[in-house]
Design a protein around this ligand. Sequence first.
Ligand code: 2HA
Ligand code: ZN
Length: 273
Amino acid sequence: MSKNILEADFLNKMREIINYMWEKGWDERNGGNVSYRLTEKEVKDYVDTEKIKEKFELEAAIPGLAGEFFLVTGSGKYFMNVSKKPENNLGIIKINQDGSGYSLHWGYENGGQPTSELAAHLLSHQARMQVTDNQNRVVMHTHATNLIALTYVLELNSKTFTRKLWEMSTECLVVFPEGVGILPWLVPGTEKIGEKTAELMKKHPIVIWPFHGVFGTGKSLDEAFGLIDTAEKAADILVKVNSMGGANKGITDQEFKDLAARFGVEPMAGVLE
Ligand code: 2HA
Ligand code: ZN
């Protein structure tokens, strides 16, 4: 521990991406939360990992994440303020050896604790680590406006939602061939919504919470943001198309198959004829 954390690439990337999310209008007030799995080596250059500021228990243990470090947004903190005061609005936690709790090593300087959606984040990290051979490092939750709007209009099932988004922009199939997962409405901030989100994360890199928002994942902050941004852009187009009276043409099943073949992706089963 010798370097100034305000010069750490991981911290500055987090500030930059969270600022983009704020500027997109996705994260009003304290809406949204982001977690970024860090390596011990990354953290140790900037933080004394022997020093514990505070200890917390998890509602349900997650042994699969024992020893992992996360940079995570704080409960009740505003995305608007993250870049200006990262030390107040972000924290670095380490999951303990049996996964029953975690310690805070840096951040939340003016008081606080990790996001109320920590269960959904940690369980999603565990699920994505399993299905991506430990590649995924980021879980991002945000209140992307058009994706939320569509949940009031589209049928709430994964195949319908996936097909509609794929149709609105050619690159969607290539960016999320595994499709989007959809939960029923559930109370946020609970163990249950966390478990259900993580279950869908085993199949889909992006999961929608109706009338609330979206969870996206990726190996980097750029990738998770890019994924949500792509889906949200398609949702924006669909809102416009529907507002103009609905589509009267679009990409055919055969064209989708040609697209998948060209880019070497396997479309989610059951979406194309
Ligand atoms: O952090 O977005 O879902 C506020 C939220 C809860
Ligand atoms: Zn939310």
